[in-house]
Design a protein. Structure first.
Length: 308
């Protein structure tokens, strides 16, 4: 409630909240002294509402225990809104927030786990990847933080890279992987509105030829010129990409969005945008070290002697 961008909405919500509580208190006090009307024989008169022939609604006053319970609930609500966020952007006197509690909980957990991670922090990535216990911990971190996009087997899906095939947009060295995990990545393939549909189809055929996929040879030859004029700045003259900007290698027949002619045409026409979120606000440096080793090991399955 305390993250409103508009002061007007914040004030509106605060006023509606307070007005609702005040109205409840007003309603309580205006209804608590209902006069009890008795019939000639001394019984409490009903309101005239009768159901099932003999079920009558009486007009007794509110029980005092119920009245005091209702009033205490309203007072509790007012005290709560003073201490905790709930009135628009007012953070509450205790300055409590769910995000702050989460950060505190994570900090405490990370401090408690530091002794467990300590020996692995002193090891290089290759050594950590060769340690069975470290791999198990890294896998659990992966399943918690990465499997939602890359899959539990790290095989990826359309728009999410396969982490087991050794093909890396930003480089597969331990240092590059740790940078990716820590800071995140933001990749953009711009659309090419300056190209007509014929030129786009030509360059799509040329791109397919780079991976030795079936293509129309005449279109591919024309597309080579279109590629040189529009694509080499990112993908290189040979189409092998550039890990410094995340431009994919177009010659290895590994596709992030698909390698069919239709899909490549769609990519060139509309462009693509992808983001790998940074994990440094979620995972401690020790956990990032273990996760880096696990991810690196997915495509580097060489057995590394365990460090003593």
């Amino acid at each position: 409630m305390s993250d409103f961008l508009s002061a007007g909405w914040s004030l509106y919500i605060a006023l509606v909240t307070l007005a609702g509580i005040v109205w409840c208190i007003w309603l309580l006090f205006t209804q608590r002294k209902a006069n009890v009307i008795l019939t000639a024989d001394g019984a409490v008169a009903d309101t005239g509402h009768v159901w099932d022939e003999d079920l009558r609604e009486l007009n007794n006053p509110l029980p005092r225990w119920w009245m005091w319970m209702f009033l205490m609930a309203c007072i509790f609500a007012l005290v709560y809104l003073v201490l905790y966020p709930g009135l628009g952007t007012f953070p509450g006197l205790l300055k409590w927030s769910a995000n702050g509690e989460l950060v505190e909980s994570m900090t405490t957990a990370n401090d408690d786990l530091k002794p467990i991670y300590a020996k692995y922090v002193e090891m290089n990535i290759e050594q950590v990847a060769g340690d069975s216990k470290a791999r198990d911990m890294g896998q659990r971190l992966f399943l918690n933080s990465c499997a939602q996009c890359h899959g539990s087997d790290a095989g990826g899906s359309k728009g999410f890279p396969n982490l087991t095939d050794g093909d890396w947009l930003y480089g597969g060295s331990p240092e590059n992987i740790k940078t990716t995990l820590t800071n995140g990545r933001s990749g953009v393939m711009p659309p090419f509105p300056q190209l007509d549909q014929k030129q786009i189809a030509d360059v799509a055929n040329y791109v397919r030829s780079l991976s030795e996929l079936s293509n129309n040879q005449s279109r591919s030859e024309r597309g080579a010129e279109v590629f040189k004029a529009n694509c080499v700045a990112c993908h290189g003259i040979d189409g092998k990409g550039n890990i410094f900007i995340g431009a994919p290698n177009l010659t290895d027949n590994i596709w992030l969005y698909g390698g069919s002619e239709v899909t490549i045409i769609e990519t060139i026409t509309k462009g693509r945008m992808a983001m790998m979120p940074a994990q440094d606000k979620v995972l401690s440096p020790e956990k990032l070290h273990l996760l880096t080793a696990y991810v690196w090991g997915l495509s580097n399955n060489r057995k590394t002697p365990q460090s003593k």
